[in-house]
Design a protein around this ligand. Structure first.
Ligand SMILES: Nc1ncnc2c1ncn2[C@@H]1O[C@H](COP(=O)(O)OP(=O)(O)OP(=O)(O)O)[C@@H](O)[C@H]1O
Length: 296
């Protein structure tokens, strides 16, 4: 098996007495577009900053592409990181950014960068400060990809973009991944976007991973089951109840079939968004609204 793109064991980051990330153990295979979702303050940026080597763990272990993040110049060159708010230099032109990128990165792919800038339709002479939010995001994406990293990390790349710019950015991202054969980890609040572009999902809430895996497996193995009250009390081994709701006559469960192959009477699929929301509500100790809607 190839080296995981991100591997963590009991990874913990505290800021003073506040725990931003707690005891996180993850193994993410290479060659995926990974979506990291979770509410504000869940610890997404913290995990991404740890992976980029911008901050150090308080305890636990993290490896990116089999090595300690930012261990040396060679490791730094293997990872492209775009922080929140797509940082570009307002006073520099698009062409200046490409020259700077070339100067700073030994493996810089000039032809790729120029071709992408032309394809997006960016004027090389235009100052980055005069670009729209979408154009800045496209420039930051081009700069990160032209480094020819093995892993691209984006912290909420589309948060500030309108729906059309978001769609264009994500299409461009998918084209990069196919063309350059790289892994991507991106955080987002938009589950629809994650479902469209990602093949692997990590749900983070309350500083902890709630669920992680290939999106196809997760959607295939999470079900809603409705049955007479009491009929769902004894479930087969490997069926984990994520949320339960009971009326005097009926029970409704959201379950995760960790065996991946149990046949459950009355089970119906739930979509990715409902699945994510169920985990987020559970993390907050709330009842999932999806269950309320199915009440008789
Ligand atoms: N430098 C810091 N000093 C102190 N606390 C911090 C620092 N950075 C993050 N935190 C805290 O750690 C927690 C996790 O923050 P983080 O930015 O990782 O969350 P997030 O999931 O990325 O949130 P958002 O979706 O709002 O960007 C939050 O409670 C935040 O206030």
């Amino acid at each position: 098996m190839s080296t995981p793109v991100l591997s963590t064991t009991a990874l913990t980051k505290r800021y003073g007495r506040h725990t931003a990330l707690a005891e996180t153990t993850l193994d993410i295979p290479a060659g995926r577009i990974v979506g990291l979702v979770g509410p504000n303050g869940a610890g997404k940026s913290t995990l991404l900053a740890l992976a980029a080597g911008l901050i150090r763990p308080t305890s636990g272990h993290i490896e990116v592409l089999g090595r300690t993040p930012a261990a040396d110049a060679a490791q730094l060159a293997r990872v492209g990181f775009v922080a929140q708010d797509t940082p570009v230099y307002a006073g520099l032109s698009v062409a200046d950014h490409l020259r700077l990128g070339e100067h700073l990165n030994p493996a810089w792919d000039r032809r790729f960068a120029q071709a992408r800038i032309a394809q997006i339709g960016l004027d090389p002479a235009k100052k980055a400060g005069r670009l729209s939010g979408g154009q800045k995001a496209q420039l930051a994406l081009t700069l990160a990809a032209a480094k020819r990293p093995e892993l691209l990390i984006f912290d909420e790349p589309v948060a500030a973009l309108d729906p059309l710019a978001r769609r264009a950015f994500l299409q461009n991202l998918m084209a990069f991944v196919a063309e350059l054969d790289i892994s991507v980890i991106l955080s987002s609040h938009l589950i629809g976007d994650v479902e469209r572009v990602c093949d692997h999902l990590v749900v983070l809430a309350e500083s902890r991973v709630q669920v992680a895996g290939e999106i196809d497996d997760l959607t295939a193995n999470h079900h809603r089951i409705v049955g007479p009250r009491g009929s769902l009390d004894a479930l087969p081994d490997g069926i984990h109840v994520i949320a339960a709701d009971h009326t005097p006559r009926q029970s409704t469960l959201i379950v995760h079939d960790t065996t991946g192959r149990t046949t459950l009477d009355g089970a119906e699929p739930i979509g990715l968004e409902d699945m994510v929301l169920t985990y987020l509500h559970r993390a907050e100790g709330l009842t999932a609204p999806t269950l309320q809607e199915t009440r008789a």
